[in-house]
Design a protein around this ligand. Structure first.
Ligand SMILES: O=C([O-])CC(=O)C(=O)O
Ligand SMILES: [Mg+2]
Length: 577
């Protein structure tokens, strides 16, 4: 449903004109300003005389972006466009989603974060640095942020699979929020990227004279906790109902922060809960194709960090719902980390890893003689997994022999190398298809081109949390949910599986194409909103009213007519210096 909100129809009253209007990305229309607007706002002469429609502007930028040689160049070009004219930026992105997503988001955003300081041009979002911790409330208080409803925050310690990028991690909140608007339809004027700069332990960044973050070892412990707490309490004070998404925090930190704040705010961790929901949704869809039910799944998770254990937790939940006892379901998980298979009583096991450690006696004879640990190879040979998920950031860890061993024991091995960006993928889909003689059901964290094998084209699904978070945000905001629950992620996973093209055709892809992410977001949002209501986390509404509630929350990139606001000022074109 597309609803023309009164926001789109009514003229917008504007306070400033001239250059100030052209340099405000939320208002600028560039060559699309009409003659009347150019006259009213003192724009004649500042723009060439040609007048374009939004569609023509999109075409012009599309030609320019396609002419560039690399996706990194395109990333910077599009960042500049976003900082110049947000309506045009989103009109371009939404009309070419599958082409633009890999540029503004995964995988290119990873390079954007690594080179953040090198290409620094124009600030976007808020940088909260530890040395200025006493200024947080003051910074948030600016009237510019009065309408904020959605914040994505990072401290840059685990940027995709690229580790600590310090202030470069700001690229992640910026990219995620671009998807909130492009896919979920949230108004960009209501979103705010925030970076918590607590230093970095990335020596290359610290040594780099161009580095623009706080040049200091990463602050940890009580001082870090107090800083995050000051941010959260200032945020609660300023926007009591804001949706806060934690993104790309290090493994220990991510779960700790989520547990600390999940009952206090409308908040979730995308790497733990969003990744889990998309993986579980894809698995549900894959089960239609493989014919292996939950109760018969044997699962290996490689990389037992917060993302890996988050995935395990959600799949476990589904297994228990499908009738397995919790103890039995737990035995089906084999979590492998740097020290090999997680086994009960192992030193250094983290809290969130405990439930997925295997009983010592169950795996007693898996270790090879003289070996210090039970390796991934031992696990695959002995556990005979039906599903193998990689969230390890270890490129190539799903090697040929390992994959062939797995494929020897199951008809349709399901293999998900989810680590991002492309350079961190556990395997290349093309290899997985070849090593399994085309039997693999595979999906990845980054986008890959389809693989031709045996006269058939294998579409490689992108099992990325972009299938979940934009819809989740839309759903909770549309119905005014007070908390984000695990049940909402389970509902989102089921909703994703329900729209899987493979339900109708086993040769079709598991996930809808990324071009349809706007429709996906609506389906996810509806499921999340209903779940919020059923859990008593928002006010009641009728199912029939939901489409309108969601549509009303969706902003579309179209230009509105501008008229002068009473008190309109013409800012001097050139200040005296
Ligand atoms: O950003 C992505 O593509 C997925 C994600 O959250 C991560 O890898 O941390
Ligand atoms: Mg992430």
């Amino acid at each position: 449903m597309t609803v023309q909100s009164s926001d789109e129809i009514d003229p917008l009253e504007i306070e400033v004109g001239g250059r100030a209007l052209l340099t405000e990305p939320l208002l600028n229309k560039g060559l699309a300003f009409t003659v009347e607007e150019r006259s009213a706002f003192g724009l004649h002469g500042l723009l060439p005389p040609h007048i374009e429609t939004l569609e023509e502007q999109v075409e012009r930028r599309l030609i320019a972006v396609r002419r560039l040689r690399t996706n990194a160049e395109r990333y910077h070009f599009l960042s500049d466009l976003q900082d110049e004219n947000e309506t045009l930026f989103y009109a371009l992105i939404t009309s070419h989603l599958s082409e633009m997503l890999p540029i503004i988001y995964t995988p290119t955003v990873g390079q954007g974060c690594q080179e953040f300081s090198d290409y620094w041009r124009y600030p976007r979002g808020l940088f909260l640095s530890l040395p200025y911790k006493d200024r947080i409330a003051e910074i948030l208080s600016h009237p510019r942020y009065d309408r904020v409803e959605t914040i994505v925050v990072s401290d840059g310690e685990r940027v995709l699979g690229l580790g600590d990028q310090g202030v470069g991690g700001m690229g992640i909140p910026v990219g995620k929020l671009a998807l909130y608007t492009a896919c979920g339809g949230l108004n960009p004027a209501t979103t705010l990227p925030v970076f918590l700069d607590v230093g970095t332990d990335n020596q290359a960044r610290l040594d780099d004279p161009l580095y623009i973050g706080w040049r200091h070892a990463r602050v940890r412990g009580p001082e870090y906790d107090a800083f995050v707490e000051s941010f959260v309490s200032a945020l609660e004070e300023r926007w009591p109902n804001v949706l806060l998404q934690w993104e790309d925090f290090a493994r220990g930190q991510a779960g700790t922060l989520l547990n600390r704040y999940r009952d206090r705010l409308l908040t979730f961790n995308d790497d733990i809960q969003g990744t889990a929901a998309v993986a579980a949704g894809t698995l549900l869809a894959a089960m239609h194709v493989s014919g292996v039910a939950f109760k018969d799944q044997r699962i290996v998770i490689v990389g037992a960090g917060s993302a890996g254990c988050g995935i395990a937790k959600l799949i476990l939940h589904q297994m228990v719902e499908s009738g397995l006892s919790e103890a039995e379901a737990r035995r089906r998980f084999h979590a492998v980390d740097i020290d090999g298979l997680l086994v009960e009583g192992m030193p250094g096991l983290l809290d969130f890893q405990q439930p997925f450690a295997q009983p010592r006696e169950a795996v007693a004879d898996w270790k090879r003689k003289g070996a210090g640990k039970i390796t991934l190879e031992d696990v695959v040979a002995n556990a005979k997994p039906t599903l193998m998920i990689g969230v390890s950031a270890q490129p190539g860890i799903f090697h040929e022999e390992l994959v062939r061993t797995m494929a020897a024991n199951v008809d349709r091995p399901v293999i998900m190398p989810l680590s991002n960006p492309t350079s961190r993928a556990e395997a290349m889909p093309k290899d997985l298809v070849e090593w399994t003689d085309g039997r693999v059901i595979t999906c990845t964290g980054s986008p890959f081109t389809p693989v031709e094998y045996g006269g058939r084209l294998h579409v490689i699904d992108q099992t990325n949390n972009a299938y979940i978070f934009p819809g989740l945000g839309l759903g909770v905001l549309a119905v005014g949910a007070r908390r984000v629950s695990d049940g909402m992620f389970a509902a989102a996973a089921r909703a994703l599986a329900a729209i899987s093209p493979a339900r109708k055709d086993p040769h079709a892809s598991l996930l809808p194409p990324t071009d349809s992410l706007r429709d996906v977001a609506i389906a996810i949002a509806a499921a999340v909103a209903k779940r919020a209501r059923d859990e008593g986390l928002c006010d009641a509404f009728e199912d029939d009213d939901l489409p309108l509630l969601l549509a009303k929350k969706q902003w579309r990139p179209v230009y509105r007519l501008y008229v002068k606001k009473p008190g309109y000022r013409r800012i001097p074109q050139r200040p005296d210096l």
